[in-house]
Design a protein around this ligand. Structure first.
Ligand code: HEM
Length: 161
């Protein structure tokens, strides 16, 4: 596994993403922009599900669904470039898998609510529980994302060879 990661780190693209400040920080900036969009829309939806904003109908969310999934695409692209810059750093860190697991669950709940809301809002059962789950999962994703930089045990696999 370490050999494969070491080979990945020695590709021209990985070296460029790591050594070009512009490339690495643009990826990090895009990652932050995309997470503001995705997490922002999820928090607004969760607050609606929790009944904090009852006057805000879920039908009014319609235009935000497309923006949300565009944000998800951008966060995966920027996340993959950050990952490619330091593959061993993230892939050898259990916190990274916690982040991906919480992220997948949160996107699943969002997708379910979106599909039900587009059919008929009254079909959404356990709305408050879904709202609490969404908020809790995004807190986990954000903290895990931030702690990635402090919890890794390997920076570059190629250092072992
Ligand atoms: C909506 C989903 C996501 C959120 C909210 C999120 C959040 C974060 C946060 C808060 C950081 C720290 C940024 C900083 O240091 O300024 C981060 C870094 C990172 N994220 Fe994400 N992320 C998400 C999705 C992803 C995905 C899908 C991947 C990979 C496929 C990924 C890979 C990374 C990597 C590799 C880092 C850099 C860690 C480091 O400093 O070395 N993220 N993310």
């Amino acid at each position: 596994m370490l050999t494969l990661l070491a080979r990945l780190e020695e590709t021209a693209l990985s070296i460029w993403l790591r050594e070009s400040g512009l490339a690495f920080f643009s990826s990090l900036a895009l990652h932050s922009l995309a997470m503001a969009i995705v997490v922002g829309i999820n928090v607004a939806l969760a607050l609606r599900l929790l009944g904090v904003t009852p006057q805000f109908s879920l039908a009014a969310f319609r235009p935000y669904y497309r923006l949300h999934w565009a944000g998800v695409l951008l966060i995966f692209v920027s996340g993959l470039t950050l990952l490619l810059a330091y593959p061993a750093k993230a892939l050898s860190n259990p916190v990274f898998y916690l982040k991906l697991a919480a992220l997948s669950l949160a996107l699943l709940i969002f997708r379910q609510v979106q599909q039900l809301a587009l059919r008929n809002e009254s079909l959404i059962l356990n709305a408050s529980r879904r709202g609490v789950a969404l908020l809790a999962l995004w807190v986990v994703v954000l903290f895990a994302g931030r702690f990635l930089a402090y919890t890794h045990s390997v920076l570059l696999a190629s250092r072992f060879y």
